[in-house]
Each structure stands twice: as C-alpha cells, then as structure tokens.
Design a protein. Structure first.
Length: 427
C-alpha cells in the first residue's frame, strides 16, 4: 500500500506518475498537478474497485516532472507502450484509446489517428488516453507543423492547404516538376521529421536547431526568413511550455479545511504576528534554466486563492551572477512600489541563504514581514533564525498550500524565462 508520506512528498506540478510494485509499473498516469491526481486515486479507492486494485497492488510511487502538459501527454504514452502496466493495458480494448500513425514509407507520409498498430511500415505513437486528447494534440501540432491527412493524393491541393494546415500539400507537390517539386518535397519531409521529434518528446532539440538557423539568417541579413523562423520558435514554445491541453487548478484548501486558522496559528506561533481576514502571501522564485536570461517571478495568494492578475515577472537587469543577487534585485524593485499592498508572509524557493537575503532587503526598507524558505529533498520550511514556535506538519493543509505556491511560482518564472529565450534574437 502507498503511505501518506509518499503522497504528501509529491510535487504539485505537471508530469507523469507511476504506481509501482517491486519497481514495476502497475499503472501510469499524467496530470498538470501530480499530487492532486495521485491523491484523487487514493480517495477513489474507497469507492472504485479499479482504483482499489491499483492502490492495493502498489508499494511505491515514482514521478517524472515535465515542463508542460504536452510533454506529460507524450511521455505517458511512451511509458505505457514500453512497460504495458497491467491496469493500463486492462483498457486496451477500450474504444477511447488511440494511436497517432505516420506512414513514413510513403513518398508523402500521412498522419492519422487510429485504434490499433497494424501496419509494420508505419510509425506509431501512443496509446493516448482519449479521442479528445489525441485530436487536440494533432490540432495544435498541425497549426505550426503542417501535414497531410488525405488517404490518397489528389489532382488539386486540398482544402486544408488553403488554411495553412497542409502546406505544402502533397497533391499540389505531385503536380509540380523539376527543382520546384524537389524543393517542396524536401520541405514536406522536413515537416514530418519535425513532427516525429515533437511526438518523441524532444521538442527542445528543434528549438536549439531553429535558434542556430535564426542566428545564421540574421548574420546573412536574410530578415524575411529570419522572421518566419522566429515565429516558428515562438509557436513551438507555446506548445512546449503552456497548459493549452488541460486547465491548471490549484487545490482550493479554503473550501475543505481550516487553512485560515492554521495560517494565523503559524504566524503567531513562529513570528508573533497577527493577520486580518484579508491576508496576502507572496511567493518568489528565480529561474536560470539555460544559464542565461535570468528571471524572477512573484505569485500571490489572497484569502486562500491564487490571484493571477497580481502575478509579476521580473527580467534581471543588473547582470546578477547568482540567485542571491537576482533575489536582491527582484525584492528591491518590488518594495520600491508603494502602490502594491504589503504581504503578511513571504515565501522564497530555497533554503536559509535565500531567506537571509530576503530578510536583509526587508531590513533595508525597514519592513517587518515574516519570511520563510521552502527547501527541497525533502520539502521543509526554513527560517532565518531559530524559532520556538510550533512547526507545521508536512501533512497539514497549510504546508501543502505552501508547496503549491512554490511550484506555481517556479512554473511562472520558468515560463517567462523561456519566453525571453525565444525572443533572444530581435528582428
């Protein structure tokens, strides 16, 4: 059986999770919030025989964080195909499961959604959990990587070529001659190769190749092509790093627990601070995923609910060489804004060194605001100085809320970092 500690240690991020027995997956799933989804499995086991079988026949949980729901969908399908977990494969005859088929041996490979792998000459991806998931996946990919879905090549370009979803269209290419036909064939084959790389979950390779191509085009002064390449980078990034396939929802603990009273007890016990009903928590995270374009993020929780309209993102301007310098810059810029409401608590993603930097900045502004860090491996609360207050249990709703805030700030910082990276070359 799965322990409560195993579930509570899971992150509230996008990714793939596995219920395992003796290191072998018995069930694989994906979610934009791993912890919430696994918790729902545990709760459903009280009512559902299938869920009970999954939970009772597992002794460990394994997870893999992904940068987006898109990557989670692709990775889930890949792992199910590789391990064929018993409680996933039990649904193999379910008509909701689909594969993406690419007829790679054709002169003009086509792309279809199918129910089974029955053509050895074709390449398959999946199984995907539902028809809706598969259709959304193909639609989003087709808007940036046009491909053909016709079973037979016609005499004229198809309707989808007119709206950019099949461009160049194989039917059009087939009616051309000489160098024109050869050039269009290469272009179409390039689209199929890109599509395959994306479906393998290796889209970051495409971004790297396109960025290199963009740099060369700018150097040559070929700005028309450079604009097309830049737009393609932005489009692929939107798929790779957005939640366009499903909706992210932070668990609203205020509707199911006494989080307000827990927060009051925590702040008074550890900081001798009292808060009113209209409380505000700010959580900060710094991102330097690729070693350049450092960014910071601020996410806000008011009265137990995320306030996305108050999220802020910061491009580090002063050439910060470390997380500490970046934190200092972000906090300095934030607290120079007199028109922003002051928080009742600040959370920073990190340990005591990060907490100390935040406390120093607050001291410079003569502000007395409680600060905690949320360190990892395992997740734990860190204070600037020792406290005699009552510490939170990791199983408490407030601790889980802090974890989700940290994960949300990390997601928001990473998303902005990737946006800046994709705009690195201005045309």
């Amino acid at each position: 059986m799965i322990s409560k500690d195993a579930v509570s240690s899971l992150p509230s991020v996008s990714g793939v999770y596995q219920f395992t027995q003796h290191d072998r997956p018995v069930y694989i799933g994906k979610s934009v919030n791993i912890k919430a989804r696994v918790s729902s499995h545990i709760q459903a086991a009280k009512l559902s025989k299938k869920e009970l079988l999954i939970v009772s026949n597992s002794n460990a949980l394994v997870f893999q964080e992904t940068i987006s729901d898109f990557d989670a969908i692709v990775l889930e399908a890949k792992l199910i195909k590789e391990f064929r977990p018993i409680y996933n494969i039990a649904l193999k005859d379910d008509k909701h499961f689909l594969y993406i088929k690419i007829t790679v041996k054709d002169n003009f490979p086509k792309v279809f959604s199918v129910r089974a792998e029955n053509d050895r000459k074709s390449l398959y991806f999946g199984p995907f959990a539902s028809t809706e998931t598969t259709e959304k996946l193909l639609y989003h990919l087709r808007t940036i990587i046009p491909f053909c879905t016709q079973k037979k090549i016609g005499k004229h370009a198809c309707f989808y070529s007119k709206i950019g979803l099949c461009d160049p269209c194989p039917s059009y290419i087939n009616n051309q001659t000489g160098d024109v036909k050869k050039k269009l064939q290469i272009e179409y084959q390039s689209h199929i190769k890109t599509l395959i790389v994306m479906l393998k979950g290796e889209g970051i390779k495409i971004i790297a190749e396109l960025e290199s191509e963009l740099a060369k085009q700018i150097t040559k002064g070929d700005y028309e092509k450079a604009i097309e390449t830049r737009d393609k980078i932005l489009s692929i990034n939107r798929i790779l790093y957005s939640r366009s396939f499903t909706t992210f929802d932070m668990v609203d603990y205020t509707k199911q627990s006494n989080i307000d009273s827990q927060l009051r007890d925590f702040l008074y016990s550890c900081f001798k601070k009292q808060i009113n009903d209209n409380y505000r928590i700010e959580c900060y995270d710094m991102s330097t995923l690729f070693g350049d374009s450092p960014t910071g993020s601020l996410v806000v929780l008011e009265n137990g609910a995320l306030s996305s309209s108050q999220y802020k993102r910061f491009k580090i301007k002063n050439g910060a060489k470390s997380d500490f310098e970046a934190i200092c810059e972000v906090l300095m810029r934030r607290f120079k804004r007199d028109d922003w409401k002051l928080p009742d608590l600040i959370i920073i993603d990190g340990g005591k060194p990060q907490v100390r930097v935040v406390s120093q900045v607050l001291g410079d502004f003569e502000l007395d605001i409680p600060v905690i860090g949320l360190a990892k491996n395992p997740d734990r609360i860190v204070f600037n100085t020792s406290t005699s207050g009552k510490l939170l249990k990791r199983s408490s709703e407030l601790f889980k809320c802090f974890q989700q805030l940290r994960d949300e700030s990390h997601r928001f910082a990473k998303k902005y970092h990737l946006l800046l990276r994709s705009k690195k070359f201005r045309i």
